[in-house]
Design a protein around this ligand. Structure first.
Ligand code: NAP
Length: 241
């Protein structure tokens, strides 16, 4: 294992959007960062890149958290919306990809992260980027909604398990970031309006400048990173901060 650093953050989906904003912000706060995505991201001081397709569950299983620190942070941020179509029209492949990337990969990474660090890191924190879509149904997003609902309950169960085993100084959060101006929103606006009842509403949010800036969202998420004890609930939303 590499030499001990003070603070390390593993961040999936570091190539753009909320993940890229979190990388920039945490580098300024002196974290060592290991970023994961499919598109290549240039390395820079204190930022190391690892290319993994989180839809490839064998690759996820082979990944190891090999860099150690006294404070360790995992941000499961990577996520996909999948095909925007009602059940009955969506492809089997899209269902599988959404659940692999949004639910199974984060669960495997959490499992490995806790196994690797829970007995030796001074402080541990896992943040799963969830969604309001995991709390109620949204037309033509069934897999996405189900994937985030599962992530929320996995997070809650893990948080209770750590508490029951008196693994202190560890925190788990599933954070809904609000509606953010990223490629995911642009993918949503590209959906066929015939398949997606809320198409007009999402186009309107962009036209009316109602989408949040990823940098502002990263700042909100950072409040939880810096003061986790101020957020006693596991499943939270930046809208409530
Ligand atoms: N934007 C919103 O309004 C909104 C609302 C609620 C929740 N969220 C959640 O916020 C998180 C970040 O989304 P975003 O809005 O920042 O979207 P984004 O701009 O599309 O970024 C998604 C990130 O996930 C990575 N990713 C996607 N598929 C991957 C795969 N198979 N393997 C590895 N990495 C993969 C992408 O990198 P590569 O393509 O390079 O692999 C990219 O870095 C997601 O979990 C999303 O569900 C977003």
């Amino acid at each position: 294992m590499a030499a001990q650093q003070n603070k390390i953050a593993y961040i999936t989906g570091c190539s753009r959007g909320i993940g890229a904003a979190l990388v920039d912000l945490l580098l300024d706060l002196d974290y060592q960062i290991i970023g994961i995505a499919r598109s290549n991201v240039a390395e820079r001081p204190n930022f190391k890149f690892i290319k993994i397709d989180l839809n490839d569950l064998e690759a996820v299983q082979q990944f190891n958290f090999s860099q150690d620190a006294s404070e360790v942070l995992l941000i499961n941020n990577a996520g996909i919306i999948g095909e925007i179509s009602p059940v009955g029209q969506v492809s089997d492949q899209s269902i599988q990809q959404v659940i692999n990337v949004n639910t199974i990969a984060p669960q495997i990474l959490m499992n490995k992260f806790i196994k690797t660090f829970s007995k030796k890191a001074k402080k541990g924190h896992i943040i799963n980027i969830s969604s309001g879509a995991g709390k109620h149904p949204i037309d033509a997003w069934a897999s996405y909604c189900a994937s985030k609902a599962a992530l929320d309950l996995f997070s809650q169960t893990t948080a209770e398990e750590l508490k029951a085993r008196e693994i202190l100084n560890w925190h788990i959060h599933a954070i809904a970031p609000g509606v953010v101006d990223t490629q995911m929103q642009s993918d949503i606006r590209k959906a066929n309006p015939e398949n997606f009842k809320l198409h007009e509403r999402f186009v309107g949010l962009k036209n009316d400048n109602e989408l949040s800036d990823p940098k502002n969202v990263a700042n909100q998420i950072n409040k939880v990173i810096q003061q986790p004890s101020d957020y006693p609930e596991t499943v939270i939303s930046v809208r409530d901060f």
